[in-house]
Design a protein. Sequence first.
Length: 173
Amino acid sequence: MNDKLSATIDRHRRYKAPEHPPHRECGRAALASKGRTDEAIAEFLAALRLDPDSSKAHRNLGDTLASRGRQAEAIEHLRRAVQLDPGDGSARYDLGSMLLEAGMFRDATDQFAVALQLMPDSAEAYNNLGIALASQGELEKATDQFQQALRLQPGFVDAQQNLAKVRSLTAPH
């Protein structure tokens, strides 16, 4: 990491004025993006002590916890982020992704469906909705989602592979 970025991260970490939360948010996000996840988690928790109703802090904490494999905690904070800001499509997508990973396919389906109402151009959300549906045996609906992902992003390899797999399962033998 270059010295200028490191100095900026450290300056943001020391900045304690609660009246300027965006500055602290930059520091916390920079820590997480640079692999300093333990420090970022501590910073997000500090932010939540100052503002327990910060949907952004809950979302970022959830994402960071997920990157550390702390799935149950991540889901808890992502659920809280969605509760605080139901119109945040990215938070719903992130929650859906964690629920999908946890094998909670119906809940994941619900989150991806709402995320797509808020972000109708998200090929990733269509792909993940397709995975959630396929995991529940709803192969025809899954096929539709993979096709929509490919309409939005024709070179989307994951969606291509998922569509091929579902088609192989539904092809007459």
